[in-house]
Structures are given as C-alpha cells and as structure tokens.
Design a protein around this ligand. Structure first.
Ligand code: AMP
Length: 213
C-alpha cells in the first residue's frame, strides 16, 4: 500500500503517518526527516537544504526528488510506504507518478488531514521534536511521559527552528501557494480522501483506518 499524507504543516500528518506505519508495518518516509538527518551529519545536501528550511521555504525540487526516489527504491519499501511531506509541489507529484507508472505501480491513497489555519499556529508552537530519533510530541496534546524528554530514546526534546512562530506563518503561505494544489491533483485521480484533522488524534486515526481498510 502506497500512501501520501497531505495537509498543512502542523496538521498532524506526521503523527498519523507514524500510526499508519506501526499498524500496517510499512516504512514512514519523511523528506523533512531525511533533510534533518543530512543536516545533522553535516552533508553538502544538508547544508544547502538548511538555508531554505530555516526560512520556511521549500527546498528546490532538484535537491528533493532524487533523495526521495532513492529512498523508496530501498528494499524495505517493497510492500509500500507512507510519504509524509512529499510531494509538496505539482512537479514533485508528477515525477513520483511517472516513476511509479514506469514500474507498473501507483499511489493508492492521498490522505488529506484537514485543519483550518487558525488552529495551525497554536498547534505548531506547542510541537516538540526529538533530535535523535525523530519522534514528535505536543506539550498539550501528546506530552512525553517526562517533560522535555523523549519517551522512545531519552534524548532532550527541542523546538525545531522552523516551528518558531515567525517561520510558521511563512510555511503556511508556502503551503497554500505550492502544496494545496495537490488536493485537486489527487482528487482528479480519484484517490483523495479527506479527514477532519481537528478531531482527537485517535479519532482521526480511526477515520483513516476506515478508509484504508
Ligand atoms: P517537514 O518536516 O515535512 O515539515 O519539512 C520541513 C522542511 O523541509 C520544509 O519546510 C521544507 O523546507 C523542507 N521539505 C521537506 N519536504 C520537502 C519537499 N517535498 N519539497 C521541498 N521541501 C521540503
């Protein structure tokens, strides 16, 4: 099963992606995480990507597409995957489609986690991330068992630079301009499913499971 998660930054799509992956035993592929691990390892790609990410802008397609295509060519992706944060532009979606159709394959579902803008800023300012294992938390909605510490690996949680309020507004504008058109793109392919992302996260997940079967 190949699934794409759509939705504004902070809509909770990363959390839902992780829950889907745990239930269906398929990998969670986040281009944001791939970039962050490149940044952490000090790679050339990481250095270039950081300049855009810190401003809340999209990393150019030339740096993003191959990274993703290489990742989904890995053996662990044979039975499917959940893409979280890719595609983010129509050209990225077209490349993915072309690549998959070349393999006689296709995306099965595009799940749009719908949350109005006014909820987003509040949500993102409470988000905390583990710099070591990538787990995400929210100080109100999904707090770690011990404040400021990752449940999974014990590392100290951080607020990502791009979750700071001044960057969030920019990321939202970028989302509306460049990523929201993907909703129509997948609707036209009849694989778009929209869920109400303002519900409790377990209810959102139940709605997604009802769609995936
Ligand atoms: P995320 O963790 O998905 O919110 O991504 C964090 C940042 O990484 C984004 O604000 C972009 O700067 C960059 N990024 C992640 N995925 C993509 C993508 N598919 N295309 C371009 N930039 C991306």
């Amino acid at each position: 099963m190949k699934i794409i998660m759509l939705g504004a930054p902070g809509a909770g799509k990363g959390t839902q992606a992780q829950m889907i992956c745990d239930k269906y035993s398929i990998p969670h592929i986040s281009t944001g995480d791939l970039f962050r691990s490149n940044i952490k390892n000090g790679t050339e790609l990481g250095k270039k990507a950081k300049e855009y990410m810190d401003k809340g802008q999209l990393v150019p397609d030339e740096l993003t597409v191959q990274l993703l295509l290489d990742r989904v060519a890995n053996d662990d992706c044979k039975n499917g995957y959940v893409l979280d944060g890719f595609p983010r532009t129509i050209p990225q979606a077209e490349v993915l489609d072309k690549e998959l159709s070349g393999l006689g394959d296709k995306v099965d579902f595009a799940i749009n986690v719908d949350v109005p803008d006014e909820n987003i800023v509040r949500r993102m300012s409470g988000r905390r991330t583990c710099p070591k294992c990538g787990a995400s938390y929210h100080i109100e909605h999904i707090p770690p068992k011990k404040e400021g510490v990752c449940d999974r690996c014990g590392a100290e949680l951080i607020q990502r630079d791009d979750d700071k309020p001044e960057t969030v507004q920019n990321r939202l504008s970028v989302y509306h301009e460049q990523t929201q058109p993907l909703i129509n793109f997948y609707d036209e392919k009849a694989i778009l499913k929209t869920v109400d992302g303002t519900k409790d996260l377990n209810d959102v997940f139940a709605d997604i499971v009802a769609i995936l079967g």
